[in-house]
Design a binder for this molecule. Structure first.
Ligand code: 5RP
Length: 224
């Protein structure tokens, strides 16, 4: 199976965790896109009554086009289950997210969910986080100074681009990717980044997820 087939497999499996009447958080990215397609079919075929909150404008539009009800997070009490992808996951379920620049809304939705489920193909499971560049969402104002601080700290920053322009997130911020190679102390790094003025959010998702569905060449593995 190629990577896309593995993503489809975990997307289909994740949808089985969604029950009628649930409030569901929808993640972002290519794996979630396949999951939402699959959810759209269930909602249509089974006349499922679910309400969703989305982690990006892109996912919200896809879901709505499929007839899935999407409400603003502020109109929702408590999300029952959020299903999202990830860029890297360590053995203790810490992760890097934000490859699709949606980390801020993803973290807000995830931390307002009773349960969080990540769906990934096996290439995302790692011994140590950090090979995938760590996305940091920053306020555009004065961001070049933050960028210089990251450089001095040895974090090898790059601005995320969209063609010739700086990429803008759904909250109109910039993304600075940190090319760290390996992250030895994720909790310390998360605290350090959170304490830097101008940083809105970082892509380290620590102690958030309860269950991971991994697509492997030998089938699906559900880890919890
Ligand atoms: C978007 C994300 C995605 O969940 C992550 O990048 C994984 O995406 P994909 O399923 O396309 O590999 O964090 O901000």
């Amino acid at each position: 199976m190629d990577q896309n087939e593995l993503k489809q497999l975990v997307g289909d499996e994740a949808v089985k965790h969604i029950k009628d009447g649930m409030i569901v958080g929808l993640g972002s990215g290519s794996t979630v896109k396949l999951m939402v397609d699959s959810l759209g079919k269930r909602v249509k075929n089974e006349q499922m009554n679910i309400v969703c909150a989305s982690t990006s404008k892109r996912t919200a539009k896809q879901a709505q086009d499929l007839g899935i009800i999407v409400k603003p997070l502020d109109e929702i009490d408590q999300i029952d289950l959020t299903i999202d992808g990830a860029d890297e996951i360590s053995k203790d379920f810490d992760g890097i997210k934000g490859g699709g620049a949606a980390l801020l809304w993803e973290k807000i939705v995830a931390t307002n969910s009773k349960k969080d489920l990540w769906i990934v193909d096996e290439s995302k499971m790692v011994d140590k986080l950090g090979k995938f560049p760590l996305p940091v969402e920053v306020i555009p104002f004065g961001s070049s100074h933050l960028f210089e601080r990251f450089e001095k700290m040895g974090y090898k920053p790059t601005y995320r681009m969209n063609g010739d322009s700086m990429l803008r997130t759904d909250s109109d911020n910039y993304i600075i990717d940190l090319h760290l190679g390996e992250i030895d102390q994720p909790n310390e790094l998360a605290d350090q980044l959170s304490n830097m003025t101008g940083v809105v959010e970082h892509g380290l998702f620590l102690n958030i997820v309860n269950t991971v569905i991994v697509g492997t060449q030998h089938g699906i593995k559900t880890l919890s």
